[in-house]
Design a protein around this ligand. Structure first.
Ligand code: TRP
Ligand code: SF4
Length: 334
């Protein structure tokens, strides 16, 4: 029996993971593995809440994300790695919580109206989409997680989870502990076009990319638009390449780039090449580990099969308490 505090977090399988996932989630998840009893979940049901009309990529995306989990150093010896839909207990708890949650609690979740507006091409007037933060609550509560590492945009979902746990416990007794949010840092991370790095903008640098591809993408990355000629001084403060230097380069390189930019002492090509020099070695171990796991598909399957088995065991033990607290009739009660 471990006395470590438990962590649960999840990620949607939406396609190739990129630098945003690495900084915003994976590096934090990886670093928590020694101190916490970590559960990391590929939330395929969550992907359905927005992409129910086209499920053609779901299997492939889930497989890719499984490889990404392992590539970034999530370690099956220390973490339980699994797929949400392999643990049907999440759905059972979601159903039971749906009896308890007042509709206005879901309607006021900020991501609800935001995403509805952003994803106009999809019909999100569904029950599943409104309820997805509650499904997330079930993901968390079913493992009685102490800590949930998420970006700031997800904090309201953890707050909802706490409120639901409180309401549940008021009705049925203390069964579901309230989790704490642990905000993961979300540094400004522009994509190659200068907008926020995002799959939907097609401006990402992927975790599986090799050196040639990384260097090529950086070469065409947007810079300070005022710096048209090599002899024009530039302003690093408004250059997206420099934002990446801030995240990936050493202080020394950053100072060299900022100074060289302002004085036109260096050109953008040099500046970007120095950024690549920092980025490539950071991604290389990830790419190499991914490639190694791609050659061992049976091992990947076994890892997630075993993770699913362990997750089901923990989830079922919570559900035994939940069903009893609600006084659902067991077979023995008939
Ligand atoms: N909703 C989260 C997102 O879109 C993913 C997620 C699902 C999650 N279940 C979770 C995150 C449980 C933390 C804990 O990013
Ligand atoms: Fe941006 Fe570097 Fe060019 Fe300056 S030198 S504009 S920081 S890419």
């Amino acid at each position: 029996m471990t006395t470590k505090k438990r962590v649960l977090s999840g990620m949607r399988p939406t396609g190739a993971a990129h630098l945003g996932h690495l900084l915003g989630a994976f590096e934090n998840w990886e670093a928590m593995q020694d101190e916490y009893d970590t559960f990391y979940c590929i939330v395929d049901w969550h992907a359905l809440t927005t992409d129910y009309a086209d499920t053609s990529q779901l299997k492939a995306n889930t497989h890719e994300l499984a490889l990404d989990f392992l590539a970034v150093g999530l370690d099956p010896e220390r973490s339980t790695l699994f797929v949400q839909s392999h643990v049907p207990q999440h759905a059972e708890l979601h159903l039971l919580l749906s009896m308890v949650v007042p509709l206005p609690w879901l309607e006021r979740v900020p991501t609800y109206k935001e995403q509805m507006n952003q994803l106009r091409e999809k019909d999100l007037t569904t029950y599943g989409f409104l309820g997805y933060p509650l499904l997330q609550s079930a993901d968390i509560l079913i493992y009685r997680a102490d800590t949930v590492p998420v970006g700031v945009d997800q904090a309201p979902h953890v707050e909802l989870t706490r409120e639901i746990a409180r309401r549940f416990n008021n009705f049925y007794g203390p069964v579901l502990p309230e989790p704490e949010v642990k905000l993961t840092s979300t540094p400004k991370l522009p994509g190659t076009d200068g907008r926020k790095m995002s799959k939907s903008y097609r401006n990402t640098i992927g975790l599986a990319e090799d050196e040639a591809s990384i260097r090529k993408k950086l070469k065409t990355m947007v810079t300070d638009p005022a710096r048209k000629l090599r002899t024009d001084p530039g302003d690093p403060a408004i250059c997206p390449v420099f934002d990446l230097h801030k995240v990936f380069s050493t202080q020394e390189t950053r100072d060299w780039a900022a100074d060289g930019c302002r004085t036109a002492g260096i050109g953008c090509i040099e500046c970007k090449s120095a950024l690549a020099d920092a980025l490539v070695p950071r991604l290389e171990p990830i790419r190499a580990r991914r490639e190694a796991f791609e050659k061992r598909p049976d091992d990947v399957r076994d890892i997630f099969r075993e993770g699913g088995r362990k997750a089901r065991e923990v989830a079922e033990s919570t559900m035994v308490d939940v069903r009893a607290a609600i006084k659902l009739p067991t077979e023995d009660d008939l």
